[in-house]
Design a protein around this ligand. Structure first.
Ligand code: SF4
Ligand code: FE
Length: 487
């Protein structure tokens, strides 16, 4: 079963025994829960699209281990083309789903581990890469979704892991056994956690020798004993409890994040990929972050939807010919395509690592993600400018259906002749969803903080740029230094 379809994926989730809490209660049926279900639909689409001929080129790759077709979300990038297709896949899916489809974190964790386990083995003669490749075979064969779990809760930010008053502020080993290790801690903001079959844990920051108990990477089934999921809230989330009303904005899809608590969780040695090699924690963090910064190609796809929605509402309002409206839409397109340039560029400028895996250009991936911390906010601002205030003052779907009030809404929310009032309300609800509602988690705040907050990219940019070379270019031209110029 190398390529699951959406139904098989959903059935595979039903077999999991996850310990999930939301609104103070245990969720007994995770797959059918109306709040969680749209996020499951989004991941299911990553399975379904792999079976559609028109998306096969982006969604399906050839495994470098088995030679079999695998979903690209389980693939290890073998060349530049793989990296470019990954960026294109992200835009395509973001544009189809209008939300976070959650599966990139696992793909990025797999690729980062393929590099770092190889490099640790080369230095210490360990067997992490062999273990990792066995795990990868299992993931590819069963077409699994993996949660890439990096972000620790961090406690007092001024203290390193070993000095925290609560040692669980960073996930760490608490017991070493003959057959494995026992870990405690938590990972925050875990995208798609309860839609995942496996959790891949990685360290969240550079570790020093005193923090070696925290320099861990491993994979475990998502329903392992001792794991608890506490679902994050999203603004307007309970609208999903109102049935299929237009107030949802996006009728089908969504994302989710959860706090994942590890309370004395056992990990067998064969699934441990880093154990106290603190000197490789930076490499794992940076490789994962670079891949995930590239993954923010998804925001370009969501931007496509916002631009399409704004053009539609402008036409419905009879405002599409106004020069300032046209100009603002051009500005939105410019910002969105600039983002696309970044995720394509960092892929096109990728390179081969010693393990054989292709890694993106790290500087360009950081520049791309840094743009993502800004441009979606400006695109959202412009979309709200054009959409107008009705987006946030619109009464409910139920009022529109009510005989007492529906007629007044029909009369007073009518825009251009020939435009359905309901359609106008629907498109406004979609913009609301993307810029203020459940999907704004992914499009805005996650754009800011996901894959590292802006300052993390600025540090990387300042570290990676070759400023001396830029100075040399300047100095040569004005005659301070000698160059190879033709006189
Ligand atoms: Fe993938 Fe984007 Fe969601 Fe991150 S935010 S998991 S890159 S869809
Ligand atoms: Fe993310």
């Amino acid at each position: 079963m190398a390529l699951m379809n959406a139904i098989q994926y959903e059935e595979s989730l039903r077999k999991l025994n996850l310990n999930v809490y939301m609104f103070g209660k245990k969720v007994e049926n995770v797959v059918d829960d109306p709040i969680i279900r749209p996020s499951m639909n989004a991941v299911a689409a990553t399975y379904e699209f792999a079976h559609r001929p028109e998306y096969e080129d982006l969604m399906v790759a050839k495994s470098h281990i088995s030679g079999e077709p695998v979903n690209r979300f389980t693939h290890i990038h073998q060349n530049i083309n793989d990296l470019v297709k990954k960026s294109k896949m992200g835009r395509m899916l973001g544009g189809k789903l209008g939300c976070c489809f959650q599966r990139c974190v696992g793909m990025d964790a797999l690729n980062a581990l393929s590099i770092v386990t190889y490099d640790i083995d080369a230095k210490y003669g360990t067997e992490y890469n062999t273990r990792f490749l066995e795990f990868l075979k299992f993931v590819q064969k069963n077409d699994l979704t993996c949660d890439g779990a990096m972000t620790d809760t961090k406690g007092d930010r001024s203290l390193p892991p070993h000095k925290q008053p609560d040692p669980d502020a960073f996930l760490h080993v608490v017991e070493e056994k003959s057959d494995g290790i026992v870990v405690c801690g938590a990972k925050a903001h875990q995208t798609g956690a309860v839609n995942s079959h496996q959790i891949i844990v990685m360290p969240t920051i550079t570790m020093r020798q005193e923090d070696k108990d925290y320099a861990l990477s491993f994979a475990i089934p998502s329903d392992s004993d001792g794991i608890t999921y506490i679902m994050g809230r999203q603004s307007c989330d309970t609208r999903k409890l109102e049935g299929m009303t237009m107030d949802r904005g996006n009728m089908y899809y969504g994302g989710h994040e959860a706090l994942v608590v590890f309370d004395h969780v056992f990990v067998p040695w064969e699934r441990v990929f880093m154990y106290k090699e603190y000197d490789f924690s930076t490499a794992l963090v940076e490789n994962f972050a670079s891949y995930h910064r590239q993954s923010y190609a998804c925001k370009v796809g969501v931007g496509d939807i916002i631009i399409g929605a704004v053009q539609t509402v402008a036409e419905m309002n009879g405002a599409d010919r106004a020069s300032h409206v046209k100009d603002k839409i051009v500005e939105m397109i410019h910002l969105n395509e600039t983002l696309y340039c970044g995720c394509i560029a960092c892929a096109s400028e990728g390179h081969r690592e010693a393990s054989g895996t292709y890694l993106v250009n790290v500087l360009l991936a950081n520049v791309h993600k840094h743009n993502v911390t800004r441009f979606p906010y400006e695109i959202a601002r412009l979309s709200q400018d054009i959409a107008g205030g009705l987006m946030v003052t619109l009464p409910s779907d139920a009022d529109f259906r009510s005989p007492a009030t529906g007629k007044w809404m029909e009369k007073y929310y009518k825009a251009k002749e020939g435009v359905s009032t309901e359609d106008r309300m629907r498109i406004l609800r979609l913009i609301e969803n993307l810029t203020l509602g459940t999907a704004a988690v992914g499009y805005l705040t996650e754009s800011m903080h996901g894959a590292g907050s802006p300052q993390a990219q600025r540090i990387m940019i300042s570290r990676l740029v070759n400023l001396k070379e830029k100075q040399r270019l300047a100095k040569e031209l004005c005659g301070i230094e000698k160059g190879d110029h033709i006189s």
